[in-house]
Design a protein around this ligand. Structure first.
Ligand code: NAD
Length: 517
C-alpha cells in the first residue's frame, strides 16, 4: 500500500463569503439537532442508563447540547472485557485494513468539516477558526498516523547473523482506556484513539463530561468508516467511577490520558498498582498541564511580541495547555511592552461563540469560579492592568481577558495553571534572568522567545526546558507532523503527539530468530 505524501489539512478562510455561508448552514443544522440523546456503546450494543447527565452550551448556559447516559463501574468493566475479546481479532488484522478505515474516516470528516466545527461552537464555546483548526488537526491525525503505521508495519532493522534469519516486528499492546480532555474535544480525543486503533489495539473511550456529544459524533464517524463492533467502545460517565474503573482494571493494558496534572498523577499512581490477576505492567501516556511563558527580550520586535502574547494568552480564552500564562519581559522594554499589550488586549470583544467573537466563554460554572478566585489572588499578587471580572453573566460563563503586571515569579498566579484568560507579566533583569524565571515552575510544555539576537536564540534552544519551543512566534497552534507535541516534567510523558514516534507508545517490539541451514 503506497499513500501520497502527507499534507496538512488547510484551515478554512472565513473571510471568504462562501465559507461563512457554509459555516452558517452547519450551525443551523447543528442547532436543530441540539438536545438529542446519545447512548453508551459497548460491543455494538447501545445502552441507556436510568440516570442521565447533560451537556450545556457555555455561551448560552441553559441550552442543552445533548443528553448522555451516566455510565458506572459495571459498564466500564464490561467495556474492558468486550475490548479484550475484540482484540483477539483486531490485533491480528493487517495494518493496511486498519489504515483503510482510518483514511475513510478522514474522507468523511473532510466532507463534514463545518458540521464537526459547529458542534464545537455549541458544546465547548470555540469560535469558528478555533473549531475549524481542531477539525483540521483531527483529519491530520488520521492521515499522519496511517502513514506511520505503514512504516512500522515494516518492522525495525536488525544486524545480520550467520545461520539465523532475524527480524524485529511491532505488535499491538491489547485493550486500553482513552481518557481525553474537553478543550480539543475532537482533535485530542481522536488523536489518542486513532493512535491506539491504527496500531491494532482496542479501546474503551471515556470522553470528558464537558464534551461528550462530540465524543459520540466521533464514535458514529468511526462506525461509518467501517470499524467493527467492540474495537471502539464508548462509555460516558464520571471520571471518578468510569475513569477509575477503566484505569484500575487488571485487563487494561494501557491508558492514554490527556488532562490536568492532578488527574494525570492520580491515573499514573492508580495504573501502577498491579491488581490481582494482572499479568503486565500498564503503559501510561499522560499529557498534562502547563504554565507556559513567552520571553520578550530587549532586542525583540515589540509589536510582534505583543501580538504573539495576546493570541497565545487569550485565544480560546486561555483554555489551551499551550496557552501563554506568563509574559517574562526584560526590564528596559517592560513599560513600553505592557502599554501596548493592554491596548491590544482591550480591542478583544467578548461574546457567544456562535456569533464568532474573538473571546468566548470559559467551559463551565466551576471553571469560571476557579478562574475568578485566581483573579482575586492576583489582586494581592500583582497590579491589575485590565479585565479582572466576569461579564454577560446572565448568558454564559464569560470572563474579561485579564492581565496582572509586576508579578513575582514565585507568586501563585505565576506558578499554578489557571486555565483561563489570565496573564501574569513578570519583570526580568536581562535575558538570562528571563530564562531562569521561565524554567522555574514544575511544568515544561511550551514556550516562546522574542528576540532578534541570534546568540540569545541559540541559548534559548539549549536552556529553555520545554517540549515545544517557539522563536519569534506564538506558543500555541502546534501542527501535526510539523510540531510534534508534548511536554516535560509535570506537563507529562512527552508523548509527542503528531510526531514520528507517537505510535511506538501503542506498540511493543517482538524479536524473532529462526535457525536456517
Ligand atoms: P481533567 O484532568 O479534569 O479531565 C481530563 C479527563 O480525565 C476527562 O475525561 C475526565 O472526565 C477524566 N477524569 C477525571 N477524573 C478522573 C479519574 N479520577 N479517573 C480517570 N479519569 C478521570 O482535565 P480537563 O479539564 O478535561 O482538561 C484541561 C486540562 O488538560 C488542563 O490542565 C490542560 O493543560 C490539559 N491539557 C493538556 C494537553 C497536553 O497535550 N499536554 C492538551 C490539552 C489539555
Amino acid at each position: 500500500m503506497k499513500l501520497p505524501r502527507f499534507k496538512n489539512e488547510p484551515f478554512t478562510d472565513f473571510s471568504k463569503p462562501e465559507n461563512r455561508k457554509k459555516m452558517e448552514k452547519a450551525l443551523l443544522k447543528v442547532e436543530s439537532e441540539l438536545g438529542r440523546e446519545y447512548d453508551i456503546v459497548i460491543g455494538g450494543e447501545r445502552i441507556k442508563t436510568q440516570e442521565k447527565f447533560y451537556s450545556y452550551n457555555p455561551s448560552k448556559k441553559d441550552q442543552v447540547v445533548g443528553v448522555l447516559q451516566k455510565g458506572d463501574a459495571e459498564l466500564a468493566k464490561k467495556a474492558i472485557e468486550v475490548a479484550n475479546e475484540a482484540f483477539k481479532d483486531w490485533g491480528m488484522t493487517k495494518p493496511e485494513y486498519r489504515v483503510k478505515i482510518m483514511l475513510k474516516a478522514a474522507q468523511i470528516l473532510r466532507k463534514r468539516k463545518f458540521e464537526f466545527a459547529a458542534w464545537q461552537v455549541f458544546e465547548v464555546g470555540k469560535n469558528w477558526a478555533e473549531a475549524d483548526a481542531d477539525v483540521a488537526e483531527a483529519i491530520d491525525y488520521l492521515e499522519y498516523y496511517s502513514r506511520w503505521m505503514l512504516h512500522y508495519a515494516e518492522g525495525a532493522p536488525v544486524v545480520k547473523y550467520p545461520g539465523e534469519k532475524n527480524e524485529m516486528v511491532y505488535i499491538p499492546l491489547g485493550a486500553g482506556a482513552v481518557i481525553p480532555p474537553w478543550n480539543f474535544p475532537l482533535a485530542i480525543l481522536l488523536g489518542m484513539t486513532v493512535g491506539a486503533l491504527v496500531t491494532g489495539n482496542t479501546v474503551v473511550l471515556k470522553p470528558s463530561s464537558d464534551s461528550p456529544v462530540i465524543g459520540a459524533k466521533f464514535y458514529e464517524l468511526m462506525k461509518e468508516a467501517g470499524l467493527p463492533d467492540g474495537v471502539l467502545n464508548f462509555v460516558t460517565g464520571p471520571g471518578s467511577t468510569v475513569g477509575d474503573t477503566l484505569v484500575s482494571h487488571p485487563k487494561t493494558r494501557f491508558v492514554a490520558f490527556t488532562g490536568s496534572k492532578e488527574v494525570g498523577i492520580h491515573i499514573y499512581e492508580l495504573a501502577s498498582k498491579v491488581q490481582p490477576g494482572q499479568i503486565w505492567l500498564k503503559r501510561v501516556i499522560a499529557e498534562m498541564g502547563g504554565k507556559d511563558a513567552i520571553i520578550v527580550d530587549d532586542e525583540a520586535d515589540i509589536d510582534s511580541a505583543v501580538k504573539g502574547v495576546v493570541v497565545s494568552a487569550f485565544g480560546y480564552q486561555g483554555q489551551k495547555c499551550s496557552a501563554c500564562s506568563r509574559a517574562i519581559v526584560v526590564e528596559s522594554v517592560y513599560e513600553k511592552f505592557i502599554e501596548k499589550l493592554v491596548a491590544e488586549t482591550e480591542k478583544l470583544e467578548i461574546g457567544p461563540a456562535r456569533d464568532n467573537y474573538p473571546v468566548g466563554p470559559v467551559i463551565n460554572a466551576g471553571a469560571q469560579q476557579k478562574i475568578l478566585s485566581y483573579i482575586e489572588i492576583g489582586k494581592s499578587e500583582g497590579r491589575l492592568l485590565t479585565g479582572g471580572e466576569a461579564v454577560r453573566q446572565d448568558e454564559g460563563y464569560y470572563i474579561k481577558p485579564t492581565i496582572f503586571a509586576d508579578v513575582d515569579p514565585k507568586a501563585r498566579i505565576a506558578q499554578e495553571e489557571i486555565f483561563g484568560p489570565v496573564l501574569a507579566v513578570i519583570k526580568a533583569k536581562d535575558f538570562d534572568h528571563a530564562i531562569e524565571i521561565a524554567n522555574d515552575t514544575e511544568y515544561g510544555l511550551t514556550g516562546s522567545v522574542y528576540t532578534k539576537n541570534r546568540k540569545k536564540i541559540e541559548k534559548a534552544k539549549k536552556l529553555f526546558h520545554v517540549g515545544n519551543l517557539y522563536i519569534n512566534r506564538k506558543c500555541t497552534g502546534a501542527i501535526v507532523g510539523v510540531h510534534p507535541f508534548g511536554g516535560f516534567n509535570m506537563s507529562g510523558t512527552d508523548s509527542k503527539a503528531g510526531g514520528p514516534d507517537y505510535l511506538l507508545l501503542f506498540l511493543q517490539g517482538k524479536a524473532i530468530s529462526e535457525k536456517v541451514k
